[in-house]
Design a protein. Structure first.
Ligand code: NAD
Length: 368
């Protein structure tokens, strides 16, 4: 019997609601495999700050340090509510970035996936979706503008100023490129390299290193594309993309656009991989506008479980079963409130009902 310790960071807003559905699935996986999951809930984010005076408390660090994998719910408050927390302790600066730094989770995998049969969820026309959208966005997660030098103060003219630097060294670029080329090799062997080298020197180095790494993966075709153009093509022709690689902030923005073209951020799970530790989280935020209503879409959270099963525990078959089960609920004519309007011919499910339907479908799959 294999045993894994999983740190569960419920987070804020819709976090606890969608985490409950992820836990439901983990218990099913446990019940039909030779595996036990030691599930440890621990505070993280704004709720942790109010409860323990720190957004990333020591007790949570200790649990995460010990864990075989971390499953994280979204964190954050509404714009107005977040002003109750000092700027440097607000959830992203006080918890999320420190966690990424602590575990050096430099490679963020964000699948943007919508099969043809679910084209009705997308705001794009069916002819644009064609045979379906299937993109793996790979975002560098511990460098660039979000982790560079920051300074605020008063300048010589007595004006408030701020400086934030976009910083990368060649090793940081090399390791994310290796991840991207290896991923492209397993997929269609086409890599879209997203950059802004017409303006940013950081992108010039990014592209130089990309070409050096490309020499080790000659079978992969590289298509270079400026980030602004990539944003347009994601709307006009998303099926032209397969594997994409990009720096931290470009990835933050383009992956949310990815959620937009699918129809909702609720369809966006993710994996954040370091060499020694990984954590899994929905790509979206805590959705304070719908928190506590049992209407959030837990697909992103359950999909993050599927990624954890595959990428941290090597349970590829159960991961596939889970993806299949989530898709089958939609294919059976059900929807969550973020994806469809009442009266549009689908049966609307609450957060917990969606989790129950996925659980039922999962139990019908075979893990042999
Ligand atoms: P958001 O992603 O929380 O929400 C944007 C929109 O998408 C909202 O209309 C929301 O209702 C909807 N949405 C998101 N997830 C959904 C789901 N699973 N089901 C149904 N609808 C869903 O973005 P925001 O409102 O800009 O940010 C809210 C808070 O989240 C902020 O404090 C922000 O800093 C934080 N945030 C955290 C993370 C993270 O934890 N990694 C990521 C992004 C934003």
């Amino acid at each position: 019997m294999t045993s894994y310790k999983i740190a569960l960071l419920d987070g804020d807003g819709i976090g606890p609601e969608i985490m409950a559905e992820a836990v439901k699935i983990l218990k099913l996986v446990e019940s039909r495999n030779d595996v036990t999951f030691d599930l440890i809930h621990t505070p993280f984010g704004a709720s942790a700050w109010f409860e323990c005076g720190s957004a990333f408390p020591d007790q949570t660090k200790a649990v995460c340090d010990e864990a075989d994998a971390i499953l994280k719910g979204p964190i954050g408050l509404s714009h107005e509510e977040s002003k109750k927390i000092p700027v440097d302790e607000q959830p992203e600066r006080g918890a999320l970035l420190p966690m990424r730094r602590r575990y050096n989770t430099y490679a963020n995998f964000r699948p943007v996936y919508l099969p043809k049969g679910l084209a009705h969820f997308s705001p794009l026309k069916p002819e644009i979706i064609g045979e379906g959208i299937d993109i793996m966005m790979i975002r560098e997660l511990v460098g660039g503008l979000y982790f560079g030098h920051k300074e605020t103060g008063i300048n010589e003219d007595g004006r408030r100023y701020v400086t934030e630097s976009l910083e990368y060294d060649e090793d940081q670029i090399k390791r994310i490129m290796k991840v991207a080329f290896k991923t492209a090799m397993k997929r269609k062997k086409v890599l879209h390299n997203i950059h802004k080298s017409n303006v940013l020197k950081s992108s010039v180095l990014w592209n130089e290193v990309m070409e050096e790494v490309h020499a080790d993966y000659p079978e992969v075709e590289v298509i270079n594309i400026l980030v602004d153009a990539a944003a347009t093509y994601l709307c006009l022709k998303p099926t032209m993309f397969d594997t994409m690689v990009m720096e931290n902030m470009f990835g933050d923005i383009l992956s949310d656009q990815g959620g937009g073209i699918l129809g909702s951020l609720g369809l966006m799970p993710s994996a954040c991989m370091g060499d020694k530790k990984a954590y899994y989280e929905p790509s979206h935020g805590s959705a304070p506008d719908i928190a506590g209503k049992n209407i959030a879409n837990p697909y992103s959270m359950i999909g993050s479980v599927a990624m954890m099963l595959e990428m941290s525990f090597g349970m590829d078959m159960e991961a596939k079963n889970l993806w299949h089960s989530m898709q089958s609920v939609f294919a059976d004519g059900f929807s969550t409130a973020d994806l469809s309007k009442e009266g549009s011919g689908v049966t609307m499910l609450s957060t917990s009902d969606f989790g129950n339907k996925v659980a039922d479908a999962f139990l019908k799959t075979s893990n042999a």
